[in-house]
Design a binder for this molecule. Sequence first.
Ligand SMILES: *Cc1c(COP(=O)(O)O)cnc(C)c1O
Length: 679
Amino acid sequence: MDSLATLDYPAVGHGLRYEFGIFDQVIRDGWQLERTDRWLRAGNPWEVRRYDIDHRVGFGGHVEHLRGNDGHLSVRWIPARVVRGVPWDVPVAGHGTRTTNFLRLWSAVADEELDLDAFQVGEYWRAVDEKIRSENLTKILYPNDSSPAGKQLRLEQQYFFVACALADCIRLLLMRGAITEFADQFAIQLNDTHPALAVVELMRLLVDVHHLGWHQAWELVTRSLAYTNHTLLPEALETWPLPLFAAVLPRHLEIIYEINRRFLDEVRAKFPGDEERIARMSLIGEDGEKYVRMAHLATVASHHVNGVAVLHSRLLRETVLRDFAEMWPEKFTNVTNGVTPRRFMRLANPNLSTLITDAIGEGWLRDLEQLRGLEKFADDAAFVDQWRAVKAQNKADLATWLQVSGGHVVDPTSLYDAQCKRIHEYKRQHLNLLHCVALFERLRNGLDDGVARTFIFAGKAAPSYVAAKLIIRLAHGLAHAIAEHPVACDRLQIVFVPDFTVKVAQRIYPAADLSEQISTAGMEASGTGNMKFALNGALTIGTLDGANVEIRDAVGEENFFLFGLTAEEVTARKAEGYDPRIEIVRDPELRNVLALLETGEISGGDPHLFTPLVRQLQERDPFLVLADFRAYVECQHRVDVDWRDQRAWVRSSILNVARCGQFSSDRAVREYAKTIWKV
Ligand SMILES: *Cc1c(COP(=O)(O)O)cnc(C)c1O
């Protein structure tokens, strides 16, 4: 949004105005607890309710097919329930321009405030019942990888979201043009599949409400929509069971069947006799219960489909959407993600920003490629000293904040090694923790020759994700055991910063020396934390995954700590029947590390606390943590060696920043505008 405004694109971002956003994380006895995020409790000055706009959104009910006197079929959806969507606008001011766009957040309100008939006969509860049910729609955001709780509510939220957004586009269009101009006036970018119902809702509006023919309507839909995929993880590819879908959106299901019928005819024409392909590509999945496949729906209706890093876009074409890429190769493209330098450099890191501006002027804030001008200072001794002083100051500032906010006393001269992101097995915080255990064990045995490190972890686990919550518990158990050990505590420290949010992130990125980007290759779509750390002068230790690949290409392999299996090797290892036990047999240190997890020494005396985690690693290890363990430990050793040469380290830090200009969201937004929206 910041880049769209800064580059003067007339754009609106649509979303839901949840009364309670993603939960606040608190830690009790090393466990994550979730607390309601009451972000509106003191009011919010950065929003304006637009009383002049209001759209009605239907749910449930039934469909009537009528033949008029002229013989024409018309369709009427009679919803069982209607909710009103009202917008709240949050202005987003561009940097160095007069353009201010807005983020338009939709809030659900009851169609009629209270049922007066019921109220007058004294049924107070029934009178407000419908109001409560309606307003629950935007009450709370469910973490997207959470339990099935509220599956129907989540489908209703998605429909409410796109129904409001599209009704608003058409309201704007009809103020000065005709419905047939829709695709000339609007480009719609589907941010993942959560708004994929827009395909169906726009068809419904054009055909049922504005009475266009199917063919013309489909042309308008497919000329205006494009889809960005954000993950290849199977559990994140959305599907909706047919019975649920039919109950909530009966007319939309009919339209999906019609889109599917025409689409599968097209597939049959192109691949005659290939019924397996038809079944794989259908918008309706039929293994077990029937369900709607939202990624297929989005792909069929979009003129462009993109992944968010070069590797991810390739894997998208080769795996999840392979059949679609074979059918329409020209639809598929890549737009590597980016981050805004205004927030993640200028606002988060004023010390570094001032130093950069003093060296190369302030043009970099609007044209991040200008950071390239820093390359010539990488060997300038005075500049290197200043760069180092800035990092030292940022580290001292973080140390102060950690002490004030959490009572942590950290050594600001130690290497700050940070892994801050959602807690998930594919991101492999547990690989990092196994390395910490190995270092702890070496220190206890008087073997260590490593440098002093402070490991900084932060991130939330989805409330129902038991394994991720146990990883958080492990970080705390290990932090405690190390702090209690008389020798280890001087060399090694683990800090888990609770409640990772953008504001917390802005404190950590500028202070990090080492950025942990260690996901199982092939699983991280892009990552953006990797870019934020690098642009603040951290060096990356990482796998060839997501945008790490492009970051390493940009900064140079000598300025990046690479380890681990490639995406191809991961696939091959799994295909040949990966057995983690073999890794354990081969590696005595790994064996020791896993054994230590079940001694009770880092779990407050309970030897079984981490058993589920250890068993998962020993028996299945679906994210190949053990397969990458040795390479990771050896790579961390190279980090230690390089850290001891501070001049060379700072040189690499400067070159990382100088060469990461391409990871600006300005570049990403320009690519969307040029190659996808054609504006
Ligand atoms: C950038 C950012 C992320 C994304 O981090 P990844 O390392 O790319 O997973 C998550 N949360 C916050 C608060 C961020 O600022």
